[in-house]
Write a protein that binds this ligand. Structure first.
Ligand SMILES: Nc1ncnc2c1ncn2[C@@H]1O[C@H](COP(=O)(O)OP(=O)(O)O)[C@@H](O)[C@H]1O
Ligand SMILES: [Mg+2]
Length: 428
């Protein structure tokens, strides 16, 4: 390996969800002294938490300076799009994640589509509009299912898969005229509707090279059988059998490599985690979107599967030198199940005491990552829609699923909602 890492590096994790818990857990296990901001009740068991919002750029920079950290790892997209990595760089602090310019891959869906277009990355056909009337005329004319997307960040709520022109027109109206997502709806992207299986593919990049992580599959819908409203994710597993070695090679050659080469050629080299959302259509990969950070809950699977220290991966990416870093898997499979508050993704109550955390966490190959939790005295209380991500590794997906659900069954809080079918495509 060509980069030096301090013996006991000090790492600040920005964010406070289960993804950040998985990262903080990993770094603590690998011998780092971990800080987190804002963190949560679970993260507080492996890190020192600081009361600072993830997207408070100036506050996070000040915190990193005061703590004299060796590395900042940014979890969520908002501070990346706001330029946190650039701001840290200006005061000489190494950070894992893309620059503000490179974060446009996620911050503007239209920027991403146009980049794909210029560099021949396979994706659905599309049209771009800055005028609601023109967009509406287009969908009325089309007479086929289309996907309507707000250009900018919309917390995972800016996309409508419309079965007919009325639904598409309604989405255009909400995005562009009502400005439901503010300035994110100044322009709208309309895409052809692809039908297939979705896959998440993560790589870690240093501006030039990349280290491929394992493919994963997320379950976005609230209810079993992939029914009900969209959520931030109700569970995930890795690896999904739909991704054969040949398909993975095609994803790297036809998607990851031209994307990274294109960014570099255009003067915006990409560093950090690139998470490509793909639709696999008849065995061929098509890009649905890019995310410029790790997925949640995919990260919980990837960080528990990872073998050896993950520090070289994160330091190498931040310093622009991943040479010598290789992927090693400690476990062949991992599966995670989200425990959500009753009512999520709609309205839900907070402050319910959670029972059984220690019993669940003591099971073999199980880690209980916290999302929306907070500690009050000796109790841990629910504090968000997604509350916990119970994660287990195994020799195969079936074993990982058995362990994860055995742990889920030890945990209880009033109104807890769990999908019982995570991994169904692989497990039948
Ligand atoms: N072109 C498309 N064809 C079919 N489904 C799509 C298409 N684009 C997006 N989707 C669906 O909508 C979801 C959200 O879209 P995505 O582009 O990932 O935006 P975001 O995650 O920012 O909401 C995807 O996970 C997928 O299920
Ligand atoms: Mg998405």
């Amino acid at each position: 390996m060509s980069i030096e890492i301090p013996e006991q590096p000090k790492v600040l994790v920005v964010g406070g969800g289960a993804r950040e818990h998985a990262l903080a857990w990993r770094f603590a296990k690998d011998g780092a002294v971990v800080h987190a901001a804002p963190g949560n009740a679970g993260i507080a068991e492996v890190a020192t938490c600081h009361d600072m919002k993830a997207d408070d750029v100036a506050g996070q920079v000040e915190l990193a300076r005061t703590l004299h950290v060796d590395l900042v790892v940014v979890g969520p997209e908002a501070p990346l799009v706001e330029g946190l990595v650039d701001a840290l760089g200006e005061v000489g602090i190494a950070a894992f994640g893309p620059s503000r310019e490179a974060a446009r891959l996620e911050g503007s869906k239209i920027f991403a589509k146009e980049l794909m277009d210029r560099h021949g990355v396979p994706t659905a056909g599309f049209a771009v509009f800055d005028d609601a009337d023109a967009a509406e005329a287009y969908v009325r004319e089309a007479k086929r299912p289309l996907v309507v997307k707000a250009d900018g960040l919309a917390a995972g709520k800016g996309v409508t898969v419309a079965k007919d022109a009325d639904e598409a027109a309604d989405a255009i109206h909400r995005i562009m005229r009502d400005r439901q997502f503010g300035e994110a709806g100044a322009r709208v992207l309309i895409e052809e509707c692809l039908v297939g299986q979705e896959v998440s593919y993560h790589v870690v990049c240093d501006g030039e090279r990349y280290v491929a992580l394992a493919p994963a599959q997320d379950h976005k819908r609230a209810l079993e059988g992939d029914e009900g409203p969209n959520t931030g994710g109700m569970g995930a597993y890795s690896p999904p059998p739909v991704v054969t070695p040949e398909l993975e090679a095609a994803i790297q050659k036809r998607v990851v490599e031209p994307t990274l080469a294109g960014m570099k050629a255009e003067g915006v080299p990409f560093r950090g985690a690139l998470f490509v959302g793909l639709m696999i259509v008849e065995g061929e990969p098509f890009v649905l979107e890019y995310n410029v950070r790790f997925g949640d809950p995919e990260t919980e699977c990837l960080m528990t599967r990872w073998g050896g220290s993950a520090l070289p991966l994160f330091f190498g990416s931040a310093r622009g030198d991943l040479s010598g870093v290789e992927t090693r898997w400690h476990a062949p499979a991992s599966l995670c199940v989200v425990l959500a508050s009753g009512g999520y993704p709609g309205a839900y109550e907070k402050g319910k005491p959670i029972e059984g955390l220690a019993e669940a966490g003591a099971l073999e190959e199980v880690v209980v990552f916290h999302a929306g939790t907070r500690r009050e005295g000796d109790q841990v209380l629910t504090n968000g829609g997604r509350v916990l991500t119970v994660t287990a590794t195994g020799a195969d997906l079936r074993e990982a699923a058995m362990r994860a659900y055995a742990a889920v069954d030890r945990i209880a809080f009033e109104g807890a909602h769990v999908r019982r079918d995570i991994g169904w495509r692989a497990l039948g």
